[in-house]
Ligand binder design. Structure first.
Ligand code: UT7
Length: 328
């Protein structure tokens, strides 16, 4: 039994942080940010709200769009590296908020690959037959972990959430067909948030040394991202007897337009088959793919039978690609 996506939704906060705004905060300029990343603006959540606030909105929209009640949800899987708190999980907060009284819920942290990890995890529960309606959400409040005095990082990230409802399909030619997912912990040194975990609990020293902010070696991550996404995309389509031309829409992780276009060239897909919205939201980590998928659906760029590949790369390192045939 394959999982099919029966609803998509996304939520981004209203507040915009533009390149012009950043010019007033750090030594940067619109031209550098645009040519190096493709990003024009990002959304920022209110300081007094947590990631679950955005995930709640997405869960409510999914339930409303599908015309079901929250009590019908069997499982909520939330992909995030920026939960409201370490304990309990953000998914538990969402379960309570939307009053999904008959389900269980857990979080997955796989950095920017979190959504595709969660989607494949959910598809296994669907295949096993017990859970019939699963909410999968990618959500991040990265503004809480970005140093707005560090020009290397603060221009890149934004806040947002996106998600899907996964249900059993009746026809195996639709839904999630195949995937390649990988992890290589050697990448931990290049993309991390050092303090606040069990190895370096919060202290006056960790705060004064700014160790509660994200750290990234951008050049190395860039190289691995292009290679990881290209390799898994090409192997995945090959093992399914497809060529790039057969793919109707490619939805890659939105970190940097240069990564997306470098991958596009290597896999041989024209720009019109690649979903890009990084200019509007920056890098929202686990939320980029479900936000992009939801927008692509709303813009009617996805129709029944379309072959779609989702590809991500992120902290861990984690990466991979998923092949699905759109069912609705
Ligand atoms: O989502 C998880 C995965 N993350 C990614 O996929 C991100 C991957 N990496 C990237 O997207 C890119 O490496 C960055 C956008 C982060 C950086 O682009 P880059 O072309 O690799 O630039 P760079 O780090 O090599 O910096 C080039 C120059 C440096 O100056 P010098 O040393 O050459 O004088 C930086 O100090 O640009 C400078 N710079 C800036 N200048 C103006 C760095 N940030 C800025 C800035 N404004 N915001």
């Amino acid at each position: 039994m394959r999982g099919i996506i029966t609803a998509t939704a996304h939520y981004v906060p209203d507040k915009r942080l533009t390149n012009k705004d950043l010019e007033k905060m750090v030594d940067t300029n619109d031209e550098w940010i645009t040519t190096r990343t493709g990003i024009k603006e990002r959304r920022i959540l209110d300081q007094d709200k947590g990631a679950s606030y955005m995930a709640n909105r997405v869960a409510e929209k999914l339930i409303e769009k599908r015309g079901i009640s929250a009590d019908e949800i069997d499982l909520i899987i939330l992909a995030t590296a920026t939960p409201d708190m370490y304990v309990p999980s953000a998914s538990a907060l969402v379960q309570n908020n939307i009053k999904a009284n008959n389900c269980w819920a857990f979080d997955i942290n796989a950095g920017c690959s979190g959504f595709i990890y969660a989607l494949i995890t959910a598809s296994k529960f669907i295949a096993a037959g017990k859970e019939k309606k699963i909410i999968i959400i990618g959500v991040e409040k990265l503004s809480a972990y970005v140093d707005y005095e560090d020009r290397n990082l603060c221009v890149l990230f934004g806040d947002g959430a996106g998600g899907v409802l996964l249900e059993p399909g009746e026809d195996d030619q639709y839904g999630i067909q195949d995937y390649i997912l990988r992890t290589d912990g050697k990448g931990a040194q290049y993309l991390n948030l050092k303090a606040g975990g069990s190895i370096m609990p919060a202290s006056i020293a960790t705060v004064s040394n700014k160790l509660h902010y994200l750290y990234q070696d951008g050049k190395i991550v860039f190289k691995f991202a292009v290679k990881g996404i290209t390799d898994t995309f090409l192997r995945l389509i090959k093992q399914n007897g497809l060529i790039a031309d057969d793919i109707d829409l490619f939805i890659p992780h939105q970190a940097n337009y240069r990564i997306i276009s470098a991958v596009g060239e290597k896999i041989g897909l024209p720009a019109e088959k690649i979903m890009v919205n990084v200019q509007k939201y920056g890098n929202t980590s686990a939320a980029t793919i479900p936000i992009a998928m939801s927008e692509a659906y709303d813009e009617k760029r996805i129709k029944k039978g379309d072959k779609i590949v989702l590809s991500a790369f992120g902290a861990g390192f984690t990466w991979g690609s998923v092949l699905l045939n759109w069912a609705k």
